[in-house]
Ligand binder design. Sequence first.
Ligand code: SAM
Ligand code: SF4
Ligand code: SF4
Length: 371
Amino acid sequence: MSERVIPLIDQRLRSVAARVPSVLTPPGGLLADSMGRPLRDLRISVTDRCNFRCSYCMPKDVFDKDYPYLPHSSLLSFEEITRVARQFVAHGVHKLRLTGGEPLLRKNLEILIAQLAALRTVDGEPLDITLTTNGSLLKRKAQALKDAGLQRVTVSLDGLDDRIFRAMNDVDFPVADVLDGIAAAQAAGLGPIKVNMVVKRGTNDHEILPMARHFKGTGVVLRFIEYMDVGATNGWRMDEVLPSAEVVRRIQRELPLVPLGATTPGETAERWGYADGSGEIGVISSVTQAFCGDCNRARLSTEGHLYLCLFASQGHDLRHLLRGNVSDAELASAIAAIWQGRSDRYSEQRASLPPDAGTGTRRVEMSYIGG
Ligand code: SAM
Ligand code: SF4
Ligand code: SF4
């Protein structure tokens, strides 16, 4: 087996300064990129820190005690995040997802949620606000999050086998505590709850069926995510990817499934329903079946850099505008100019890249921009 090369890089040094264009573009509720894809979904990373060390995301040997996490002064404040989000909403965003790192590590997150929940879409509707978490702090925080205006949560859980899960999170965190968090979220009304399972062939693929059986009929939507070549530190290899088609085949054999249509344009998951009507699952085939054609997602890093693709190697620094003397109209125009120039479609191009294209490239880490 070849040795893995895990380059240590600091992607944060490579953003370009966002600029206010000479002609301002007043937000009109619909903003298309260079391929005609509208801007609909904003993912906001509220911290680059995490209490887990999932090997596919923040491997311990890179994200150790010497790793240069962002200092507090670099983080966008809640007011700054809300101000940026307001401009995105004016451009047509109607879904916000809080992520990280582990978003529940950010102190007083409920205050941010309450501020975001007060925003309205261009049609005057409340926004769809959700959060992705590893679930470790959910039991304690679920009710406060709901009270602040959070509508739903997605919880990551890579299996029910305690030994495997403790090894995958690499901090010995038990499955039972995540399940308690999911139960607390259900009790608080943060549903429909989604559970994300990253499938790594040879590591946790034997957990696909136990997970499907466990969540079938509970109202929880289990989603299987193909292990992705995000960032530059996880030592990704194609032979560790289990294609979603195989996930569906394995479940089908025991629990018959029928295909369901997409509910919203740009949806990342392909949906399947249990034939007996007892719920649904989703598969996210980021590696084997690209869905860049209608990708409507922008990502805001913890320090206010805008990324146009999960696999981007360069961000656009909005924070210097926020902390400079720019008006909302100028900020909105700077965002418009960046989105209008977007042509990213990494997953569609992956197949034509050399097999080691990810190794040593300077892609942004997922823990920095969120999933
Ligand atoms: N800490 C939170 C969590 O784990 O839910 C939120 C941030 S995490 C980066 C967001 C999602 O990305 C999680 O569902 C995680 O499993 C997924 N993820 C991280 N690295 C991945 C990889 N290499 N391939 C596929 N999914 C990945
Ligand atoms: Fe932390 Fe989430 Fe990354 Fe795991 S996937 S290391 S929980 S940020
Ligand atoms: Fe969107 Fe980039 Fe993923 Fe394609 S590769 S779906 S453009 S985030």
